[in-house]
Write a protein that binds this ligand. Structure first.
Ligand code: EPZ
Length: 429
Protein backbone atom coordinates (compact mmCIF):
# COMPACT_ATOMS: atom_id res chain seq x y z
CA UNK A 1 0.00 0.00 0.00
CA UNK A 2 1.29 3.47 -0.79
CA UNK A 3 0.75 6.79 0.92
CA UNK A 4 1.57 10.44 0.33
CA UNK A 5 3.87 12.19 2.81
CA UNK A 6 3.51 15.97 2.62
CA UNK A 7 5.51 18.74 4.29
CA UNK A 8 3.14 21.65 3.88
CA UNK A 9 2.93 25.43 4.20
CA UNK A 10 4.91 26.27 1.07
CA UNK A 11 3.64 28.76 -1.51
CA UNK A 12 3.15 26.82 -4.74
CA UNK A 13 4.97 28.40 -7.67
CA UNK A 14 5.71 27.33 -11.26
CA UNK A 15 4.00 25.72 -14.25
CA UNK A 16 2.06 22.53 -14.88
CA UNK A 17 0.13 21.15 -17.86
CA UNK A 18 -3.20 19.37 -17.74
CA UNK A 19 -3.55 15.75 -18.73
CA UNK A 20 -6.58 14.50 -20.66
CA UNK A 21 -9.97 14.42 -18.89
CA UNK A 22 -10.81 11.17 -17.08
CA UNK A 23 -14.53 11.82 -17.55
CA UNK A 24 -14.09 12.12 -21.29
CA UNK A 25 -11.53 9.36 -21.86
CA UNK A 26 -13.72 6.73 -20.16
CA UNK A 27 -16.89 7.19 -22.31
CA UNK A 28 -14.80 7.59 -25.49
CA UNK A 29 -12.95 4.30 -24.79
CA UNK A 30 -16.28 2.53 -24.19
CA UNK A 31 -17.55 3.93 -27.50
CA UNK A 32 -14.51 2.47 -29.30
CA UNK A 33 -16.38 -0.86 -29.05
CA UNK A 34 -18.80 0.43 -31.70
CA UNK A 35 -16.01 0.84 -34.28
CA UNK A 36 -15.12 -2.21 -36.43
CA UNK A 37 -11.46 -1.25 -36.63
CA UNK A 38 -8.68 0.64 -34.84
CA UNK A 39 -9.47 3.88 -32.98
CA UNK A 40 -6.52 6.09 -31.99
CA UNK A 41 -7.09 8.15 -28.84
CA UNK A 42 -4.56 10.89 -28.03
CA UNK A 43 -4.11 12.71 -24.68
CA UNK A 44 -5.52 9.62 -22.93
CA UNK A 45 -4.48 9.89 -19.23
CA UNK A 46 -2.72 6.92 -17.61
CA UNK A 47 -5.15 6.44 -14.73
CA UNK A 48 -6.22 3.25 -12.95
CA UNK A 49 -9.81 3.77 -14.23
CA UNK A 50 -8.49 3.98 -17.80
CA UNK A 51 -6.41 0.81 -17.29
CA UNK A 52 -9.51 -0.97 -15.92
CA UNK A 53 -11.55 0.13 -18.97
CA UNK A 54 -8.84 -1.15 -21.34
CA UNK A 55 -8.85 -4.45 -19.42
CA UNK A 56 -12.61 -4.80 -20.00
CA UNK A 57 -12.13 -4.03 -23.73
CA UNK A 58 -9.45 -6.75 -23.91
CA UNK A 59 -11.73 -9.24 -22.14
CA UNK A 60 -14.37 -8.47 -24.77
CA UNK A 61 -11.93 -9.45 -27.55
CA UNK A 62 -10.39 -6.07 -28.48
CA UNK A 63 -6.67 -5.45 -28.84
CA UNK A 64 -5.46 -2.39 -26.97
CA UNK A 65 -2.07 -0.70 -26.74
CA UNK A 66 -0.61 2.42 -25.15
CA UNK A 67 2.32 4.53 -26.31
CA UNK A 68 2.83 7.52 -24.05
CA UNK A 69 -0.52 9.32 -23.90
CA UNK A 70 -1.83 7.64 -27.04
CA UNK A 71 -4.04 4.57 -26.75
CA UNK A 72 -5.18 2.41 -29.67
CA UNK A 73 -8.26 0.21 -29.44
CA UNK A 74 -8.91 -2.31 -32.21
CA UNK A 75 -12.49 -3.58 -31.93
CA UNK A 76 -12.62 -5.37 -35.29
CA UNK A 77 -13.31 -8.56 -33.37
CA UNK A 78 -15.67 -8.54 -30.36
CA UNK A 79 -15.98 -12.00 -28.85
CA UNK A 80 -18.35 -11.52 -25.94
CA UNK A 81 -21.08 -9.40 -24.27
CA UNK A 82 -20.55 -10.23 -20.60
CA UNK A 83 -18.55 -8.24 -18.02
CA UNK A 84 -17.91 -9.83 -14.63
CA UNK A 85 -19.07 -8.20 -11.41
CA UNK A 86 -15.57 -7.45 -10.11
CA UNK A 87 -14.70 -5.47 -13.25
CA UNK A 88 -18.05 -3.65 -13.19
CA UNK A 89 -17.51 -2.66 -9.56
CA UNK A 90 -14.11 -1.03 -10.19
CA UNK A 91 -15.75 2.17 -11.42
CA UNK A 92 -19.04 3.89 -12.25
CA UNK A 93 -18.35 4.37 -15.97
CA UNK A 94 -18.36 0.60 -16.60
CA UNK A 95 -22.14 1.11 -17.01
CA UNK A 96 -21.37 2.83 -20.33
CA UNK A 97 -20.48 -0.58 -21.81
CA UNK A 98 -24.24 -1.29 -21.63
CA UNK A 99 -25.03 0.93 -24.62
CA UNK A 100 -21.87 -0.12 -26.48
CA UNK A 101 -22.44 -3.90 -26.08
CA UNK A 102 -26.14 -3.69 -27.02
CA UNK A 103 -25.37 -1.71 -30.16
CA UNK A 104 -22.41 -3.93 -31.17
CA UNK A 105 -23.71 -7.40 -30.19
CA UNK A 106 -27.45 -7.03 -29.42
CA UNK A 107 -26.79 -8.36 -25.91
CA UNK A 108 -25.27 -7.26 -22.62
CA UNK A 109 -24.74 -9.25 -19.39
CA UNK A 110 -23.41 -6.84 -16.79
CA UNK A 111 -23.74 -5.91 -13.12
CA UNK A 112 -24.49 -2.73 -11.20
CA UNK A 113 -21.39 -0.48 -11.47
CA UNK A 114 -19.11 0.61 -8.65
CA UNK A 115 -17.43 4.01 -8.31
CA UNK A 116 -16.98 6.67 -5.63
CA UNK A 117 -19.16 6.19 -2.54
CA UNK A 118 -20.74 9.66 -2.76
CA UNK A 119 -24.41 8.67 -2.94
CA UNK A 120 -26.73 5.79 -3.88
CA UNK A 121 -26.03 6.39 -7.60
CA UNK A 122 -28.82 4.25 -9.13
CA UNK A 123 -28.88 3.44 -12.89
CA UNK A 124 -32.67 3.67 -13.32
CA UNK A 125 -32.39 6.45 -15.92
CA UNK A 126 -29.96 4.35 -17.99
CA UNK A 127 -32.24 1.29 -17.94
CA UNK A 128 -35.41 3.29 -18.63
CA UNK A 129 -33.75 4.95 -21.61
CA UNK A 130 -32.54 1.73 -23.25
CA UNK A 131 -35.99 0.18 -22.81
CA UNK A 132 -37.27 3.14 -24.87
CA UNK A 133 -34.69 2.20 -27.50
CA UNK A 134 -36.26 -1.24 -27.93
CA UNK A 135 -34.18 -3.25 -25.48
CA UNK A 136 -35.61 -5.87 -23.12
CA UNK A 137 -34.06 -5.65 -19.68
CA UNK A 138 -33.97 -8.31 -16.98
CA UNK A 139 -32.73 -7.34 -13.53
CA UNK A 140 -31.87 -10.02 -11.01
CA UNK A 141 -30.34 -8.45 -7.92
CA UNK A 142 -27.14 -6.72 -9.11
CA UNK A 143 -27.12 -8.69 -12.37
CA UNK A 144 -28.54 -6.96 -15.49
CA UNK A 145 -29.21 -8.98 -18.68
CA UNK A 146 -30.34 -7.15 -21.79
CA UNK A 147 -31.12 -8.11 -25.36
CA UNK A 148 -32.36 -6.40 -28.51
CA UNK A 149 -33.12 -7.23 -32.10
CA UNK A 150 -31.62 -3.85 -33.00
CA UNK A 151 -31.60 -0.39 -31.40
CA UNK A 152 -34.56 1.70 -32.59
CA UNK A 153 -34.60 5.50 -32.36
CA UNK A 154 -36.90 7.09 -29.73
CA UNK A 155 -37.66 10.35 -27.91
CA UNK A 156 -36.22 10.26 -24.39
CA UNK A 157 -36.98 12.90 -21.75
CA UNK A 158 -34.49 12.75 -18.86
CA UNK A 159 -36.04 13.87 -15.55
CA UNK A 160 -32.50 14.86 -14.48
CA UNK A 161 -29.65 15.88 -16.82
CA UNK A 162 -27.62 12.77 -15.94
CA UNK A 163 -24.14 12.75 -17.52
CA UNK A 164 -23.89 8.97 -17.61
CA UNK A 165 -27.41 8.35 -18.93
CA UNK A 166 -26.91 10.94 -21.70
CA UNK A 167 -23.61 9.27 -22.70
CA UNK A 168 -25.13 5.76 -22.65
CA UNK A 169 -28.00 6.85 -24.93
CA UNK A 170 -25.56 8.53 -27.35
CA UNK A 171 -23.39 5.39 -27.48
CA UNK A 172 -26.41 3.08 -27.87
CA UNK A 173 -28.19 5.19 -30.53
CA UNK A 174 -25.21 6.23 -32.70
CA UNK A 175 -25.52 2.99 -34.70
CA UNK A 176 -29.29 2.34 -34.87
CA UNK A 177 -32.44 2.57 -36.98
CA UNK A 178 -34.27 5.92 -36.95
CA UNK A 179 -33.85 9.11 -34.94
CA UNK A 180 -33.29 9.50 -31.20
CA UNK A 181 -33.95 12.76 -29.37
CA UNK A 182 -32.71 13.35 -25.83
CA UNK A 183 -34.61 16.11 -24.01
CA UNK A 184 -32.90 17.63 -20.92
CA UNK A 185 -29.60 16.03 -21.88
CA UNK A 186 -26.47 16.75 -19.83
CA UNK A 187 -24.38 19.63 -21.25
CA UNK A 188 -20.96 18.89 -19.77
CA UNK A 189 -17.90 19.41 -22.02
CA UNK A 190 -17.30 15.65 -21.82
CA UNK A 191 -20.66 15.10 -23.58
CA UNK A 192 -19.49 17.32 -26.44
CA UNK A 193 -16.16 15.49 -26.63
CA UNK A 194 -17.91 12.11 -26.90
CA UNK A 195 -20.20 13.49 -29.64
CA UNK A 196 -17.15 14.87 -31.47
CA UNK A 197 -15.41 11.46 -31.36
CA UNK A 198 -18.52 9.60 -32.58
CA UNK A 199 -19.16 12.14 -35.35
CA UNK A 200 -15.56 11.75 -36.53
CA UNK A 201 -16.36 8.02 -36.81
CA UNK A 202 -19.32 8.88 -39.03
CA UNK A 203 -22.15 9.25 -36.50
CA UNK A 204 -24.83 11.96 -36.87
CA UNK A 205 -25.17 13.57 -33.48
CA UNK A 206 -26.40 17.18 -33.27
CA UNK A 207 -26.90 19.61 -30.37
CA UNK A 208 -24.39 18.18 -27.85
CA UNK A 209 -23.85 20.78 -25.13
CA UNK A 210 -27.20 22.49 -25.77
CA UNK A 211 -29.58 20.40 -23.65
CA UNK A 212 -31.43 18.72 -26.54
CA UNK A 213 -29.48 16.15 -28.56
CA UNK A 214 -30.65 14.63 -31.85
CA UNK A 215 -29.07 11.40 -33.14
CA UNK A 216 -29.78 10.06 -36.61
CA UNK A 217 -28.82 6.42 -36.41
CA UNK A 218 -26.24 5.22 -38.96
CA UNK A 219 -25.37 1.69 -40.13
CA UNK A 220 -21.66 1.58 -39.34
CA UNK A 221 -18.87 3.65 -37.81
CA UNK A 222 -15.38 3.92 -39.28
CA UNK A 223 -12.12 4.26 -37.30
CA UNK A 224 -10.83 7.74 -36.45
CA UNK A 225 -8.17 9.60 -34.46
CA UNK A 226 -9.31 11.77 -31.56
CA UNK A 227 -7.67 13.97 -28.91
CA UNK A 228 -9.29 13.94 -25.45
CA UNK A 229 -10.12 17.38 -23.99
CA UNK A 230 -8.03 18.64 -21.04
CA UNK A 231 -9.22 17.78 -17.52
CA UNK A 232 -11.12 20.81 -16.16
CA UNK A 233 -11.48 19.17 -12.72
CA UNK A 234 -7.70 18.67 -12.54
CA UNK A 235 -7.36 22.39 -13.35
CA UNK A 236 -9.68 23.27 -10.44
CA UNK A 237 -7.56 21.02 -8.20
CA UNK A 238 -4.37 22.94 -9.05
CA UNK A 239 -6.27 26.25 -8.62
CA UNK A 240 -7.46 25.14 -5.14
CA UNK A 241 -3.93 24.07 -4.12
CA UNK A 242 -2.55 27.41 -5.31
CA UNK A 243 -5.29 29.34 -3.45
CA UNK A 244 -4.81 27.39 -0.20
CA UNK A 245 -1.02 27.93 -0.20
CA UNK A 246 -0.95 31.58 -1.26
CA UNK A 247 0.82 30.56 -4.46
CA UNK A 248 1.37 31.84 -7.99
CA UNK A 249 1.13 29.22 -10.74
CA UNK A 250 0.53 28.81 -14.45
CA UNK A 251 -1.68 25.98 -15.73
CA UNK A 252 -1.17 25.08 -19.41
CA UNK A 253 -3.40 23.28 -21.95
CA UNK A 254 -6.61 24.59 -20.44
CA UNK A 255 -9.89 25.25 -22.27
CA UNK A 256 -11.03 28.54 -20.70
CA UNK A 257 -14.74 28.06 -21.52
CA UNK A 258 -14.74 24.77 -19.59
CA UNK A 259 -13.49 26.59 -16.49
CA UNK A 260 -15.94 29.49 -16.65
CA UNK A 261 -18.13 27.88 -13.92
CA UNK A 262 -15.27 28.03 -11.37
CA UNK A 263 -13.63 31.39 -12.25
CA UNK A 264 -16.17 33.52 -10.26
CA UNK A 265 -15.56 31.44 -7.12
CA UNK A 266 -11.78 31.92 -7.26
CA UNK A 267 -12.25 35.60 -8.00
CA UNK A 268 -14.49 35.91 -4.92
CA UNK A 269 -11.75 34.21 -2.89
CA UNK A 270 -9.46 37.05 -3.99
CA UNK A 271 -7.42 35.11 -6.55
CA UNK A 272 -6.29 37.01 -9.62
CA UNK A 273 -6.74 35.04 -12.85
CA UNK A 274 -4.97 35.89 -16.11
CA UNK A 275 -5.89 34.03 -19.28
CA UNK A 276 -3.37 33.85 -22.10
CA UNK A 277 -4.61 31.53 -24.84
CA UNK A 278 -4.49 28.00 -23.40
CA UNK A 279 -2.64 29.13 -20.26
CA UNK A 280 -4.12 30.37 -16.99
CA UNK A 281 -2.08 32.27 -14.42
CA UNK A 282 -3.44 32.08 -10.87
CA UNK A 283 -2.14 34.49 -8.21
CA UNK A 284 -3.53 33.86 -4.75
CA UNK A 285 -3.86 36.59 -2.10
CA UNK A 286 -1.94 36.42 1.20
CA UNK A 287 -5.20 35.39 2.90
CA UNK A 288 -8.19 34.06 0.99
CA UNK A 289 -11.57 35.73 1.34
CA UNK A 290 -14.62 33.61 2.12
CA UNK A 291 -17.18 32.80 -0.56
CA UNK A 292 -20.77 33.61 0.44
CA UNK A 293 -22.51 30.62 -1.17
CA UNK A 294 -21.58 27.92 -3.68
CA UNK A 295 -24.25 25.63 -5.15
CA UNK A 296 -23.19 22.59 -7.15
CA UNK A 297 -25.39 22.04 -10.21
CA UNK A 298 -25.13 20.45 -13.68
CA UNK A 299 -22.90 22.24 -16.22
CA UNK A 300 -22.57 25.16 -16.89
CA UNK A 301 -23.04 25.75 -13.16
CA UNK A 302 -20.43 25.01 -10.47
CA UNK A 303 -19.23 21.39 -10.82
CA UNK A 304 -19.80 18.95 -7.96
CA UNK A 305 -16.38 17.39 -8.74
CA UNK A 306 -14.58 20.63 -7.77
CA UNK A 307 -16.54 21.02 -4.55
CA UNK A 308 -14.21 19.06 -2.17
CA UNK A 309 -10.98 20.77 -3.28
CA UNK A 310 -12.55 24.25 -3.10
CA UNK A 311 -13.94 23.40 0.35
CA UNK A 312 -10.42 22.50 1.50
CA UNK A 313 -9.07 25.86 0.26
CA UNK A 314 -11.89 27.79 1.97
CA UNK A 315 -10.85 26.21 5.29
CA UNK A 316 -8.08 28.84 5.47
CA UNK A 317 -10.16 31.76 4.19
CA UNK A 318 -11.10 34.78 6.29
CA UNK A 319 -14.76 34.37 7.23
CA UNK A 320 -17.49 31.77 6.78
CA UNK A 321 -18.39 30.13 3.45
CA UNK A 322 -21.42 27.97 2.68
CA UNK A 323 -21.60 25.15 0.12
CA UNK A 324 -24.80 23.40 -0.99
CA UNK A 325 -24.22 20.06 -2.72
CA UNK A 326 -27.14 19.46 -5.10
CA UNK A 327 -25.90 16.53 -7.19
CA UNK A 328 -24.85 13.78 -4.75
CA UNK A 329 -26.50 13.19 -1.40
CA UNK A 330 -23.35 12.01 0.37
CA UNK A 331 -20.45 14.10 -0.99
CA UNK A 332 -19.14 15.55 2.29
CA UNK A 333 -17.78 12.23 3.57
CA UNK A 334 -14.22 13.62 3.47
CA UNK A 335 -15.00 16.47 5.91
CA UNK A 336 -14.32 14.45 9.07
CA UNK A 337 -10.78 13.79 7.75
CA UNK A 338 -10.42 17.47 6.75
CA UNK A 339 -11.23 18.58 10.30
CA UNK A 340 -8.26 16.50 11.54
CA UNK A 341 -6.06 19.29 10.08
CA UNK A 342 -7.72 21.69 12.51
CA UNK A 343 -10.29 22.88 9.98
CA UNK A 344 -13.72 23.94 11.23
CA UNK A 345 -16.31 22.57 8.80
CA UNK A 346 -19.84 21.69 9.92
CA UNK A 347 -21.96 19.46 7.71
CA UNK A 348 -25.71 19.23 7.89
CA UNK A 349 -26.99 16.75 5.24
CA UNK A 350 -26.00 18.34 1.87
CA UNK A 351 -24.97 21.71 3.35
CA UNK A 352 -21.46 22.55 4.60
CA UNK A 353 -20.59 25.62 6.66
CA UNK A 354 -16.86 26.38 6.48
CA UNK A 355 -15.59 28.62 9.28
CA UNK A 356 -12.20 29.77 8.02
CA UNK A 357 -9.24 29.31 10.38
CA UNK A 358 -5.88 31.12 10.38
CA UNK A 359 -3.86 27.94 9.83
CA UNK A 360 -4.04 24.17 9.48
CA UNK A 361 -1.71 21.68 11.14
CA UNK A 362 -0.28 18.46 9.64
CA UNK A 363 -2.42 15.32 10.17
CA UNK A 364 -2.58 11.60 9.30
CA UNK A 365 -5.65 10.99 7.16
CA UNK A 366 -7.31 8.47 4.82
CA UNK A 367 -8.78 9.19 1.39
CA UNK A 368 -12.33 7.81 1.09
CA UNK A 369 -13.01 8.70 -2.54
CA UNK A 370 -11.35 10.40 -5.52
CA UNK A 371 -12.13 14.11 -5.04
CA UNK A 372 -12.30 13.79 -1.25
CA UNK A 373 -8.73 12.47 -1.49
CA UNK A 374 -7.72 15.47 -3.62
CA UNK A 375 -9.19 17.78 -0.96
CA UNK A 376 -6.93 16.17 1.65
CA UNK A 377 -3.89 16.87 -0.57
CA UNK A 378 -4.94 20.55 -0.78
CA UNK A 379 -5.27 20.71 3.03
CA UNK A 380 -1.92 18.96 3.60
CA UNK A 381 -0.17 21.41 1.23
CA UNK A 382 -1.61 24.36 3.21
CA UNK A 383 -0.94 22.85 6.65
CA UNK A 384 2.07 23.56 8.84
CA UNK A 385 4.10 20.40 9.47
CA UNK A 386 3.98 16.89 8.08
CA UNK A 387 0.92 14.97 6.94
CA UNK A 388 0.37 11.47 5.64
CA UNK A 389 -2.51 10.52 3.30
CA UNK A 390 -3.35 6.82 3.01
CA UNK A 391 -5.69 4.87 0.68
CA UNK A 392 -4.35 6.97 -2.20
CA UNK A 393 -5.53 4.35 -4.72
CA UNK A 394 -8.73 6.40 -4.69
CA UNK A 395 -6.73 9.42 -5.91
CA UNK A 396 -4.85 7.45 -8.58
CA UNK A 397 -8.21 6.68 -10.19
CA UNK A 398 -8.48 10.24 -11.48
CA UNK A 399 -5.06 11.88 -11.17
CA UNK A 400 -1.98 10.72 -13.13
CA UNK A 401 1.13 10.92 -10.85
CA UNK A 402 -0.31 13.97 -9.05
CA UNK A 403 2.66 14.08 -6.63
CA UNK A 404 5.15 14.50 -9.48
CA UNK A 405 3.06 17.31 -11.00
CA UNK A 406 2.75 19.11 -7.64
CA UNK A 407 6.52 18.76 -7.10
CA UNK A 408 6.90 20.84 -10.33
CA UNK A 409 5.08 23.58 -8.37
CA UNK A 410 7.53 23.31 -5.48
CA UNK A 411 5.35 21.12 -3.27
CA UNK A 412 7.12 18.77 -0.84
CA UNK A 413 5.06 15.63 -1.47
CA UNK A 414 6.37 12.06 -1.77
CA UNK A 415 4.70 8.78 -2.67
CA UNK A 416 6.07 6.20 -0.27
CA UNK A 417 5.47 2.57 0.46
CA UNK A 418 3.40 2.21 3.64
CA UNK A 419 5.43 -0.75 4.96
CA UNK A 420 8.70 1.17 4.47
CA UNK A 421 7.10 4.16 6.22
CA UNK A 422 6.08 2.01 9.18
CA UNK A 423 9.59 0.46 9.43
CA UNK A 424 11.18 3.94 9.28
CA UNK A 425 8.79 5.21 11.98
CA UNK A 426 9.57 2.19 14.20
CA UNK A 427 13.35 2.66 13.68
CA UNK A 428 13.11 6.42 14.48
CA UNK A 429 10.94 5.76 17.57
C1 EPZ B 1 -20.43 11.67 -13.92
O1 EPZ B 1 -20.98 10.68 -13.05
C2 EPZ B 1 -18.96 11.80 -13.51
N1 EPZ B 1 -18.30 10.53 -13.67
C3 EPZ B 1 -18.88 12.23 -12.05
O2 EPZ B 1 -17.50 12.45 -11.72
C4 EPZ B 1 -19.61 13.54 -11.87
O3 EPZ B 1 -19.65 13.88 -10.51
C5 EPZ B 1 -21.06 13.41 -12.38
O4 EPZ B 1 -21.08 12.94 -13.73
C6 EPZ B 1 -21.81 14.74 -12.33
O5 EPZ B 1 -21.13 15.70 -13.03
C7 EPZ B 1 -17.87 10.18 -14.92
O6 EPZ B 1 -18.04 10.87 -15.89
C8 EPZ B 1 -17.18 8.86 -15.03
P1 EPZ B 1 -24.87 11.56 -13.23
P2 EPZ B 1 -22.43 10.05 -13.32
O7 EPZ B 1 -25.47 10.41 -13.94
O8 EPZ B 1 -22.58 9.80 -14.75
C9 EPZ B 1 -28.47 10.56 -10.21
C10 EPZ B 1 -15.49 12.23 -10.50
O9 EPZ B 1 -15.17 12.65 -9.37
N2 EPZ B 1 -28.83 9.49 -11.16
O10 EPZ B 1 -24.93 12.89 -13.86
O11 EPZ B 1 -22.62 8.94 -12.39
C11 EPZ B 1 -27.15 10.24 -9.48
O12 EPZ B 1 -27.37 9.39 -8.38
C12 EPZ B 1 -16.88 11.60 -10.73
O13 EPZ B 1 -14.76 12.28 -11.49
C13 EPZ B 1 -29.97 8.76 -10.93
O14 EPZ B 1 -30.71 9.00 -9.96
O15 EPZ B 1 -23.36 11.27 -12.86
C14 EPZ B 1 -26.67 11.61 -9.07
O16 EPZ B 1 -27.28 12.00 -7.89
C15 EPZ B 1 -17.65 11.45 -9.46
N3 EPZ B 1 -30.27 7.76 -11.79
C16 EPZ B 1 -27.13 12.47 -10.23
O17 EPZ B 1 -28.18 11.76 -10.91
C17 EPZ B 1 -29.49 7.45 -12.88
O18 EPZ B 1 -29.79 6.51 -13.63
C18 EPZ B 1 -26.01 12.80 -11.22
O19 EPZ B 1 -25.52 11.61 -11.76
C19 EPZ B 1 -28.32 8.21 -13.11
C20 EPZ B 1 -28.01 9.24 -12.22
Amino acid sequence: MELFKVNGHKNLCGEVSLHGAKNSALPVLCACLLVKGESIIHNCPNLSDVRATLKILENLGCTVARQGNTVTVNAAQVSGFAIDEAMMRTMRSSILFLGALLSRTGNANIYLPGGCDIGTRPVDLHLKAIKNLGVSVEENGSCISCTTGGIKGAKIILPFASVGATENIMIAAAVSKGKTIIINAAREPEICDLAEFLNKCGAKIYGAGEGTIEIEGVKVLKPCEHRIIPDRILASTYMSACAATGGEIVINDIKATHLSPVFPVFNEMGCRLYLNGASLKVIAPKRLRRVKTIKTMPYPAFPTDSQPMVTAALCVAKGTSVIKENIFENRFGYVSELNRFGADVEVNDTLAVINGVKKLKGANVFAGDLRGGAALIVAALAAEGTSTIRSIYHIDRGYASIEQELEKLGADIKRINDEEAKEKELKSS
